[in-house]
Design a protein around this ligand. Structure first.
Ligand code: 5GP
Length: 144
């Protein structure tokens, strides 16, 4: 059901794209927007979403826009890595509620992973404020 449904433009990420909801941005161009996850599983948890598409998930993404979007995902992943210098980097993407998806506008998660640092549960835990997220976002932003 949640894997195959029509795109709902009232989803939270589309509101962020339209400027109707705030976000702590780290990268933006005509193809994609990257911002901090407000329920981060680790410090530096970043999301990358495509612009100008009605894609709920990876399967929906128009083929002619996928390549440019994936280049932005890699660009942001490189910036997160260069900024935070983690021991590992997790790049994740969920399709449909049974797979863990909770927001139905395509997005990739970028999680810096540090040896010995526990990764929190997905889409749960404490909500961070813009003030909490801004210092690390500023560092990531500066590394593009
Ligand atoms: P999904 O579960 O769909 O793969 O990922 C959605 C992600 O969006 C979750 O990690 C969740 O913490 C994050 N999220 C949910 N609502 C908001 C929001 O309003 N702003 C931001 N920046 N992230 C959100």
């Amino acid at each position: 059901m949640t894997l195959h449904a029509s795109y709902d433009p009232s989803n939270i990420f589309n509101k962020i794209l339209r400027g109707e909801m705030p976000s702590v941005k780290v990268f933006e161009d005509d193809v994609a927007l990257a911002f901090m996850d407000v329920f981060p599983q680790v410090e530096g948890h970043t999301l990358v979403i495509p612009k100008d598409v009605a894609a709920r998930n990876f399967l929906d993404m128009p083929e002619n826009k996928l390549g440019d979007y994936m280049l932005r995902v890699q660009k942001v992943a490189r910036a997160v890595e260069a900024t935070l210098k983690p021991d590992g980097l997790r790049v994740m993407q969920f399709n449909g509620a049974p797979a863990g998806q909770t927001v139905y506008h395509l997005h990739f998660h970028i999680l810096p992973i540090f040896d010995g640092v526990k990764v929190g549960a997905h889409a749960s835990g404490g909500m961070k404020s813009a003030a909490d997220l801004e210092p690390i976002a500023a560092k990531i932003r500066a590394s593009f």
